[in-house]
Design a protein around this ligand. Structure first.
Ligand code: CP3
Length: 341
């Protein structure tokens, strides 16, 4: 089907566009009362993610309500561990929790490389979303980067330091590599299936990149992202490694179309380090959406100017749950009107 708005795909192909595309990480859910209304009818996040009709509905909400230039499928990065045999729970107000974890070889032996059909509920949600979007905007598929997924599987929950997960990198690097390899293979199956189901582009979230040293990141994260980027040849891929300021040059060499920046990364310096061929995405501080309208508008325009072309407008991380959707609309409207001047 021909897309009515393909700004983001044209930008990722390096084409000049009439204005910059804009979407927000974590736009599906959380901030919208319309999302909370759908979620309240089900037992919780996981049931919603596993009910394809409803997942498709909340995926499209930000397109209708906020006017973003892309939809991102409503799911979570933690569906991969579950498909590999390590189920998770989502504890209200606290986040993910894994009743079982991977701490030793026998834990890993119990897990398998996930096949696409083990995530058929996500694939079905993608198919329904594509049908209901009716070509209005592209659909983004996603997965977690292997290091970030491993961090949750070993730690068993969120953490400030992920010191249990990092301990494995130093105490038992061979086991860590085996785990990372299993995750990588599962992720490639999953992302390829998302494309087959209709995803127009993909993003890889390395949310916990920033807690590793450059040397350790180059050993335990980058090679696995590289493998995924090499395997994904069908659609453009954006790699967002939060906090990975120290490997921007390395990220620039990945075989992918785009690199996401967080708000701590200087824009011009990042362009120099990443090089000229990649599209950059980001990077307004999510907290700027708390600022008065004028401050927010000015900061958005300044950011856009600093990036220049080859830029997808986004925040530097996911939108926070208590942000007023009206502020998000101002952010998006600022981007849209800047482009048509
Ligand atoms: O971007 C989107 O809107 C699509 C949906 C999406 C979710 N999670 C839905 C979700 C995406 C892309 C994610 C990615 C994700 N999940 C990441 C990477 C991005 C990032 O923020 O760094 C990570 C680290 C997770 C793991 C996760 N899932 C955590 C830590 C939590 C709890 C805290 C939180 O952010 O709410 C979740 C839960 C989650 N994932 C919710 C949603 C809408 C909230 C659950 C609810 O509705 O109760």
């Amino acid at each position: 089907m021909k897309l009515k708005n393909d700004l983001i795909l044209r930008t990722l192909r390096g084409e000049q566009t009439e204005r910059k595309p804009v979407w927000l990480m974590r736009q599906a859910g959380r901030i919208l009362p319309e999302y909370r209304a759908v979620r309240a009818k089900l037992s919780g996040f996981i049931e919603l993610a596993k009910t394809p009709e409803r997942a498709a509905e909340v995926t499209i909400q930000p397109v209708d309500i906020l006017g973003v230039d892309a939809a991102i499928i409503f799911s979570d990065i933690l569906v991969i561990p579950e498909a590999m045999g390590l189920p998770y729970e989502m504890v209200e107000k606290r986040g993910p929790f894994f009743p079982n974890t991977v701490r030793k070889a026998s834990d890993l032996d119990k897990l398998h490389i996930a096949q696409a059909d083990e995530l058929d509920y996500v694939l079905e949600a993608i198919q329904i979303t594509k049908k209901n979007l009716d070509g209005r905007v592209p659909l983004i598929g996603f997965a977690g980067a292997p290091w970030t997924i491993m961090a949750y599987m070993v730690e068993g929950s969120g953490s400030k330091t992920f010191s249990v997960a990092k301990r494995m990198l130093y105490q038992n690097p061979a086991l860590a590599h085996e785990l990372l390899d299993k995750i990588t293979q599962s992720t490639i199956h999953y992302l390829k299936a998302q494309v087959k189901a209709g995803a127009d582009m993909l993003q890889l979230f390395d949310s916990w990149a920033g807690i590793l040293s450059p040397e350790v990141y180059r050993k335990f994260s980058l090679p696995y992202i590289q493998k995924i980027a090499e395997a994904i040849t069908e659609v453009p891929l954006i790699v967002f490694a939060k906090g990975a300021f120290f490997v921007r040059e390395d990220l620039g060499k990945l075989p992918c179309a785009g690199i996401g920046l967080d708000w701590t990364m200087d824009i011009q310096e990042s362009r120099k380090l990443v090089g000229s061929d990649k599209v950059l995405q980001g990077n307004l501080d999510p907290c700027m959406l708390y600022a008065p309208d004028k401050v927010l508008q000015e900061a958005t325009l300044n950011m856009m100017k600093a990036f220049g072309d080859k830029h997808i407008v986004n925040l530097g991380h996911g939108v926070y749950p208590d942000i007023d959707p009206e502020k998000v609309k101002i952010f998006i409207e600022t981007v849209k009107s800047a482009g048509s001047e």
